[in-house]
Design a protein around this ligand. Structure first.
Ligand SMILES: *Cc1c(COP(=O)(O)O)cnc(C)c1O
Length: 371
């Protein structure tokens, strides 16, 4: 028998979450963001669940090739655009839409020979100061692009820094509107948090929304809201089994550094999952975990291949019991990835992207019947 750890990708949940995002912005088209190998879920595995999207957005040219290889003929957007001039040849060949965020990318495009003009997303730096043209240079960039025979339609784009927090989007939205109000073309502004929190505003949902994390079932603004609040379902379950049980007495300690000490008699289950599987080592005693669908906690430090958990609340659990590190248990009980991320001082995004290659991944077309 292989080591019992397993990641499961829930196709129905992806479908549900995508429909949920579409319902939040009914008049907008939807880019399903599948960068970073679909946030660690695997582009090929999520494709079936996300094919109702209007397009797929990503960063790596190889990932764009993989989406085309799946038979997708619709739009594909490169969110960082091209990295060197010859990337434009692939854009032409695969008819990729691409972001233009700097003068150098316009220079490359001006020298590019193509039969069919390209669809371009012109990116404004409206305050995040990562990629994009400053607001006062945006119009000149637009005019230069619009005059190029290599360019078809130009969509106006920006990205919010604080859509998921108290900071909000008002300042960036005002900067974007001020600099673009009389420019023609479609607009795209909203990531998951902006769609969920501000999608009631037509100026925010605009023509194309760009949800990523919500499609995978994590709440972008956790802990202010959890995934259940936003009606999102986990797209990934990380599960394993108990491979050892220890009977502890008062004073016994668990794991490296002996950071947990039993206060009285208790049972500890040893789970086949560690940081070499992508479970965060920063999770201290008390991180939530499900055993046979019931909630309990981790004990002591996470080691490379194992974690100890408290079996006190689950008397029936023992060797071979199902453990859900995050996602959905066989009982249907859910442990949100965001809760585990919070215990590790990080976000759901990082955990989903960090599951390592030694973990076998299986796509599940139908949800298991709940018991
Ligand atoms: C990753 C990304 C998104 C998606 O963000 P989420 O927070 O995952 O919804 C949207 N737009 C751009 C430009 C991105 O890079």
């Amino acid at each position: 028998m292989p080591r019992p750890i397993q990641a499961t990708i829930h196709i129905e949940s992806l479908r549900h979450n995508l429909a949920r995002m579409r319902a939040s912005a009914p008049d907008a088209r939807v880019w399903a963001i599948v960068k970073a190998n679909a946030y660690g879920h695997g582009i090929e595995r999520v494709f079936e669940g996300l094919r109702a999207a209007d397009g797929f957005a990503l960063l790596d040219l190889q990932e764009a090739e993989r989406v085309r290889a799946l038979g997708w003929r619709g739009p594909i957007l490169l969110l960082e655009g091209v990295f060197e001039a010859r990337d434009l040849e692939l854009c032409s060949r695969l008819s990729l839409w691409h972001t233009v965020h700097c003068q150098e990318q316009i220079d490359m495009l001006a020298l590019h020979k193509t039969h069919a003009p390209h669809r371009v997303y012109l990116k404004m730096n409206s305050g995040m100061n990562r990629l994009g043209f400053a607001p006062h240079r945006f119009r000149a960039a637009w005019a230069r692009l619009a005059a190029l025979p290599q360019v078809d339609e130009v969509t106006l784009m920006t990205h919010f820094a604080d859509a998921d927090t108290e900071g909000g989007i008002a300042r960036q939205l005002a900067v974007f509107d001020e600099a673009t109000h009389d420019l023609p073309g479609e607009r795209s502004l909203a990531n998951s948090a902006a769609v969920l929190r501000y999608g009631h505003d037509t100026a925010v949902r605009a023509d194309w929304i760009r949800p990523g994390i919500a499609v995978y079932g994590s709440a972008p603004d956790h802990p202010a809201h959890d995934s259940a609040h936003w009606d999102l379902q986990p797209a990934m379950t990380l599960s394993s089994r108990i491979i050892g049980v220890q009977q502890l007495a008062a004073g016994d300690t668990v794991g490296y550094g002996s950071t947990f000490t039993a206060q009285g008699p208790m049972r500890a289950g040893i789970v086949a999952c560690g940081y070499a599987d992508g479970y965060p080592r920063h999770c201290a005693t008390g991180t939530p975990v499900l055993v046979d669908g019931q909630r309990t906690r981790t004990l002591g430090r996470v080691s490379m291949d194992m974690i100890a958990i408290d079996l006190s609340p689950v008397a029936g659990a023992g060797m071979g019991s199902e453990v859900t590190l995050w996602g959905r248990a066989a009982t249907g009980a859910v442990l949100g990835i965001d809760e585990v991320a919070q215990a590790a001082g990080t976000v759901g995004y990082e955990l989903m992207c960090a599951v390592t290659t030694r973990v076998p991944v299986q796509a599940q077309a139908q949800d298991e019947p709940t018991v």
